[in-house]
Design a protein around this ligand. Structure first.
Ligand code: ADP
Ligand code: MG
Length: 365
């Protein structure tokens, strides 16, 4: 496609921090952004050019958005599929609704990856307690029960240590359709963040080591230890196959477990990802810039790593440490502009950077 000229407007569904950072990147590239979100507080609107506070399901609002935007994207994957599909009949929407539909459902996501030769944990879709018990017999314990839809930051999932815990686990997730996954014994977790353009060109970032606390990403570090670096190629190739199969345009993130048998695919996000925030300071072109470039038809930016980097999420009261971090050398503090601090809420992040010379960059990068 011919690149969208500067001054074009990018519509973003969703008002969170990912939209906020996408809007900043879009502005640097000369684009306007328009946010649609229903929430009273939309931190994305603070950095965007314009904002409509409305429900995603109003046809009038969607028609208006389609009319004022040259392209539309979304910043969270739990958005209802209907408005996204509706918009896509009126304005280019990237990533395409098909990718969103697959990523929204843990069973279709795993089945899709299995079908293209990726490795996943053993899993079964379960819709009743009987099915859960049968799946536990097949897969064995320990295992993890995850709701099919709407889970994030460890919400909507519960660990099962032995078969006797099945009924309690089924109740704990609200007796909803779910998948049971065998517990993966991994040395590290990591993610592949990859951008794919309209022309099929792809770039991906060096994978960080991701550490979680209470189901929420706490820290992403680069360079990653050898256990991850050794699995980068296989995991990036799988992520590229996923993107190709979906005809994907934009940034996609896939989470992996590094195991002795190689990378095990955990889940995908059809969007920019928390574990890619380090790219703002640590890479030539950030994940946000590359998402905007991809959906606007610009050539993709350079994902090379400029710096050793450690990204620390500021969750809940961690925001009180912002001043301390800001005073340290080599840090960059990002605050998301959220009024209310709540436990488990992502309030900001800090990136510790340590610039590296090209000579010291690991050869694999
Ligand atoms: P969310 O959508 O909440 O991020 P994930 O499926 O990524 O859900 O699970 C959250 C975290 O739980 C993972 O990052 C990992 O630490 C742990 N986890 C999830 N599935 C498994 C598994 N099959 N085996 C071991 N640990 C897991
Ligand atoms: Mg996850």
């Amino acid at each position: 496609m011919t690149p969208l000229p500067p001054g074009s407007t990018i519509g973003i569904l969703g008002g969170g921090q990912l939209g906020r950072m996408l809007a900043s990147a879009a502005a640097e590239l000369g684009y306007h952004t328009h946010i649609l979100a229903p929430d009273a507080e939309s931190v994305a609107a603070q950095t965007a050019s314009s904002f409509t506070r409305a429900d995603y399901h109003s046809r009038i609002v969607l028609d208006e958005m389609a009319a004022r935007c040259n392209v539309v994207t979304y910043e969270f994957e739990n958005i209802a599929i209907e408005p996204v599909t509706y918009l896509s009949t009126r304005v280019p929407v990237h990533p395409a609704p098909q990718a969103l539909a697959i990523a929204q459902d843990r069973a279709s996501e795993k089945a899709f990856v299995d079908a293209i030769g990726g490795r996943t944990a053993p899993w079964r879709r379960v819709a009743t307690l009987d099915e859960l018990q049968a799946a536990l017999t097949e897969i064995g314990a320990p295992a993890i029960l995850k709701t099919l839809r709407l889970g994030y930051d460890g919400k909507g999932q519960v660990r099962i240590a032995n078969a006797a815990e099945a009924a309690a686990a089924w109740d704990a997730i609200g007796q909803r359709p779910a998948i049971l996954e065998g517990f993966v014994s991994f040395s590290h977790e990591f993610s592949i963040i990859l951008a794919r353009g309209h022309d099929g060109a792809m770039v991906s970032y060096p994978p960080p080591w991701n550490e979680h606390k209470d189901g929420i990403l706490a820290r992403s570090s680069l360079p990653a230890p050898a256990e991850i670096a050794n699995q980068w190629g296989v995991a990036a190739a799988l992520t590229g196959r996923i993107a190709d199969q979906l005809g994907y345009v934009g940034v996609i993130a896939c989470e992996f477990f590094a195991t002795a048998e190689g990378p095990v695919f955990n889940e995908m996000a059809p969007r920019v990802h928390n574990s890619g925030h380090w790219t703002i300071e640590g890479a030539v072109a950030s994940q946000f810039e590359n998402h905007i470039r991809a959906i606007c038809g610009l050539p993709l930016g350079d994902p090379s790593r400029l710096s050793d980097a450690r990204m620390l999420n500021l969750i809940g009261d961690d925001i009180n440490d912002a001043e301390k971090y800001r005073a340290m050398p080599g840090t960059k503090v990002h605050l998301y502009g959220k009024k209310e601090t709540r436990p488990g809420r992502k309030m900001g992040h800090v990136t510790f950077v340590q610039p590296i010379s090209a000579a010291r960059r690991p050869a694999a990068e």
